[in-house]
Design a protein around this ligand. Structure first.
Ligand code: ZN
Length: 578
């Protein structure tokens, strides 16, 4: 009994601490899964040994019991587990015709699960999932969320009392959307689920109503008359729910075998970053309600369902130093270099920290312990730091006063709510020159093959190129001297540079590397002005009237033309721009 008491206290204190990190500090340090396990274990022990309860974990909202337990779903990242899941189900249903085993697959939204109770079609109660048995009463908040219907359409099939379950998600989840709510770090939500949770758990419902929350229903039950499913299959349930005017996520499919499930998984994985909200995998459920009943439920999860998650592995590592890299436009980007760590099978060792505001918002310090991941499974990203692992070696980030490349005094630039450091030396700053040459020769600009970063860097270091125009006067011996490459390759490079001279106007505009002028904008400008000479005479108003060119881009072009007139005219004199 003593051990049990100690275990309950340990779980209780651990959860209190994690709640504090999650809800107050917005810096969760454990996975949702680890949190859910601890919470469910505590709830189980408290139910079995009510005499040992410390006290109910009090919150801002009243706890209410769910009519039917809101079980969590089993999750996996492994294909093998999915094959086993399928095998187990087919074994259990071997007395049924093979063709009857059908799965319904839906996307698994990364948000906050809620239960909504409707009486005669009117929304009367909203609970968060909580521990699955008790949830927090957030009725006053769900009533003001536009995406949740307060009244259902009644086609005559509506149960007297109906429970709908669904997920609240922050639409178009992105750092901009989240930070827009407040400039204070304490109000920054680090994950989509955190954002939805923070939005619904507002004491003032008007704040909730202003958040762009979407709601997608994933199941429903008739509570009265009698607790029962709505129809004979999961997909039919969803269609019924849609007919009552409730949003259900459109990305779902019935699959006749596990191969089709894998195909759906792959398709969703490909488009997941274009969906406008965050998802973390697909939920696979047996479609037939009769089959679901036959499979039954284990202590925590239904046996007929599983979530096949996309890997978005996060790893902890040690941040060693932050260096500042000067880009093409003079903006300094802080780069965090950390101890190499393998994330989803790829070793990463550095990540961009974007700007001063980002470092301040995440409260990152030199020598911090940080959590890293690969954003979109590709780009290394520092997610947060863990202040409790700080030592005497951890130091505030020192922002440079002078450009690390040309040593000129830096200026601070403020765009929207972000603060950048900025070197104003232009092409006389070696780093800016290298970056702008790299852009100039790139595939969608002048497309000069073989002129890579290393060669460009050496040419600049030797003082052989001062601007893009200078590239056209390089001789084979220059390449041999600066980049230590052979005569043949040097001749080839000279020839390739020379061959790049005939170029469409749009590519030439893009190659100049003007801030905010991408390929599409360059194309719009070229098709409006037709010739370089007429573009050189353009003013901001006429430029801004072109499709895809906003006032900022238009003023950048005018400024560039004014400050780089000589280079543009020199290039025009040797290029064949059409
Ligand atoms: Zn500089």
């Amino acid at each position: 009994m003593y051990l049990l008491k100690r275990q309950i206290r340990r779980l209780y204190e651990q959860l209190l601490y994690w709640d504090f990190l999650y809800y107050i500090k917005r810096t969760p340090e454990v996975s949702d899964n680890a949190y859910d396990c601890a919470r469910d274990e505590l709830a189980y022990l408290e139910r079995c040994y009510p005499g040992l309860c410390i006290c109910s974990r009090s919150g801002l909202f009243k706890k209410k019991k769910h009519i039917l337990p809101m079980l969590s779903l089993r999750t996996t990242y492994n294909k093998e587990d999915m094959l086993l899941f399928d095998k187990r189900i087919r074994n259990r249903l071997k007395d049924k015709p093979e063709a009857d085993v059908v799965y319904c697959c839906e996307i698994k939204l990364d948000g906050l699960a809620v239960s909504l109770l409707y009486k005669d079609g009117c929304l009367v109660r909203g609970l968060t999932r909580g521990d699955g048995i008790y949830g927090e009463d957030v009725t006053s908040n769900v009533l003001v969320i536009e995406a949740i219907p307060n009244k259902l359409l009644n086609d005559g099939s509506l149960p007297h009392i109906l429970e709908l379950r669904g997920v609240l998600v922050m639409s178009n989840y992105g750092p901009n959307i989240l930070t827009r709510f407040s400039n204070y770090k304490s109000n920054y939500y680090s994950t989509p689920r955190n954002a939805a949770s923070g939005s619904i758990r507002q004491l003032d419902p008007t704040i909730t109503s202003k958040r762009s929350l979407s709601f997608y229903c994933y199941e429903g039950h008739s509570i009265l008359p009698g607790t029962s499913p709505l129809s004979i299959s999961h997909i039919a349930n969803l269609n019924k729910i849609i007919s009552w005017g409730v949003p259900v996520c459109e990305h779902r499919r019935t699959c006749v075998d596990i191969k089709e499930v894998f195909r759906f998984y792959d398709e969703i994985k490909r488009i997941r970053f274009m969906l406008g909200f965050s998802i973390d995998g697909i939920a696979v459920k047996l479609d037939s309600i009769e089959h679901q009943k036959k499979l039954g439920v284990s202590t925590k999860t239904p046996k007929w369902s599983i979530v096949y998650r996309f890997s978005s592995e996060e790893k902890m590592t040690k941040l060693n130093k932050i260096v500042f890299r000067v880009g093409r436009t003079g903006i300094l980007t802080p780069i965090a270099s950390f101890n190499p760590v393998s994330v989803s099978g790829v070793t990463i060792r550095a990540a961009s920290l974007h700007n001063i505001s980002f470092i301040r918002r995440l409260d990152i310090m030199a020598n911090d312990t940080v959590i890293v991941r690969r954003s979109g499974d590709i780009i290394p990203q520092v997610v947060r730091c863990i202040p409790k692992y700080r030592t005497a070696n951890t130091k505030q980030v020192v922002f440079p006063l002078y450009c690390p490349s040309c040593f000129s005094l830096l200026t601070k630039a403020l765009t929207k709510d972000k603060v950048y450091l900025y070197c104003t030396s232009g092409l006389s700053c070696p780093s800016q020159l290298k970056a702008s040459l790299k852009h100039f020769v790139s595939k969608y600009a002048m497309n000069i093959l073989g002129l890579g970063d290393v060669i460009i860097s050496k040419l600049v270091d030797y003082g052989l190129v001062l601007n893009s125009y200078g590239l056209y006067y390089l001789k084979a011996k220059d390449f041999m001297k600066a980049a230590s490459i052979g005569l043949n390759l040097s001749h080839k490079l000279v020839l390739r540079i020379s061959n790049s001279k005939r170029i469409p106007l749009s590519r030439f505009i893009y190659s100049l590397g003007i801030l905010k002028i991408g390929r599409l904008t360059a194309l719009s400008i070229a098709s409006s002005y037709k010739t370089l000479n007429s573009l050189l005479l353009a003013d901001i108003t006429s430029l801004a009237s072109i499709p895809n060119v906003n006032i900022k881009a238009a003023s950048n072009i005018c400024l560039y033309i004014r400050t780089h007139n000589n280079i543009i005219r020199s290039l025009a004199s040797i290029l064949d721009i059409f």
